[in-house]
Ligand binder design. Structure first.
Ligand code: TRP
Length: 336
């Protein structure tokens, strides 16, 4: 069997947080070290336009996401690391795929349905109010991201599983109509990967505004950790680790023996204040070097850009010849 192709994208909205790190960035960096797989990681900046119409925020987030991955040690000679918008073959393929994508398939997308449901719930007369073609066609762009590089495995969160299944459907349709060009991708949803809770105990997510950014300055990190919601058990009273946000965050960073020791201390009744202070110190110590590198990269934008350009060249060396075959298959060919 040939090498596996592992590919995933990160929408450039906002600043990467602890949940992104534990759930996506760290596993991706680990996967990039495998010798039996090639990895493709990219900034999905065209996807970010669906929700974000603030040009400076889009631009800033691209820099922050790229700097985060580099600061955390992604080896960009191994992994192909690029910006979606540097690969013109992606929007080109998006259009071609749109021609074989049933509108009815898009009608069933969770994100679109949720937007319609929100309109209906608000009593609006137009169920499509405020919904753009970009929101509606989002899964087609994502299919192009995946299919262009013949990815077999697509590590994503549960919320993105349907999109990968749609990419599969679209690929099958194309293969059937034109030529067997596309590999059918599979979503990789790792049950062991941590999903972290945020400040309020709900899933840590930009949309809930409850995140702890990965690289905030030390004093800010301390303040945020102190804000994490706990119950009213006093020091000395035994505590549950299950469902405890503080424990979960600790577990996402600490080694197995450290986690076991912490479990015992929960049983013995560690106080919330003490635990918060320790968690802060632990995270601060573990993130300090990467944070310094992140800060350095935020000013060395030329370097970040050069790394991404290099990734784009490598990606296009693959995408270019492949899109030529795709165009040929659908009859977009030279006339003479
Ligand atoms: N939609 C994904 C998300 O919001 C990001 C993404 C864009 C992606 N294109 C992709 C993920 C291709 C995997 C493969 O998380």
């Amino acid at each position: 069997m040939g090498k596996q192709i592992i590919l995933t994208g990160v929408t450039t909205t906002g600043t990467p947080h602890l949940g992104n790190y534990a759930g996506a960035i760290r596993p991706a960096i680990e996967a990039s070290k495998r010798t039996d797989a090639d990895t493709f990681y990219f900034l999905a900046d065209y996807h970010s336009l669906v929700k974000n119409h603030d040009p400076d925020a889009v631009h800033r987030s691209s820099l922050e996401v790229a700097a985060t991955w580099l600061a955390l040690g992604l080896d960009t000679e191994r992994a192909i690391f690029y910006r979606q918008s540097d690969i013109p073959e992606i929007p080109e393929l998006t259009w071609i795929l749109s021609a074989v994508t049933a509108k009815g398939l898009m009608n069933r997308a969770h994100a679109y349905k949720a937007a319609v449901a929100a309109n209906e719930a608000s009593g609006s007369r137009d169920p499509d109010g405020g919904i753009t073609m970009a929101l509606f066609g989002y899964p087609v762009l994502m299919a192009a991201d995946i299919l262009l590089f013949r990815a077999n495995r697509v590590p994503v969160g549960k919320d993105q599983k349907q999109h990968v299944e749609m990419a599969r459907d679209i690929a099958q349709r194309f293969n059937h109509n034109f030529a067997e060009l596309f590999v059918l991708p599979e979503a990789d949803i790792d049950a062991h990967t941590a999903v972290l809770s945020g400040l309020d105990g709900r899933k840590m997510s930009k949309s809930y505004n409850n995140t702890i950014p990965l690289f905030v300055p030390e004093d800010k990190l301390r303040k945020l950790i102190m804000k994490i919601k706990t119950n009213s058990l006093e020091p000395g009273e035994p505590k549950e680790t299950e469902g405890c946000t503080l424990f979960q965050i600790y577990q996402a960073f600490a080694t197995a023996p450290e986690v076991e020791t912490m479990r015992t201390r929960f049983r013995e009744g560690i106080g919330w204040g003490e635990l918060k202070q320790e968690l802060f110190e632990y995270l601060d110590a573990h993130l300090r070097d990467a944070r310094n590198e992140f800060e350095r990269l935020l000013v060395d934008t030329g370097h970040v850009d050069a790394v991404l350009q290099h990734g784009a060249e490598r990606a296009r060396a693959i995408a270019g010849p492949f899109i030529a075959r795709i165009r040929d298959a659908v009859g977009i060919r030279r006339l003479g």
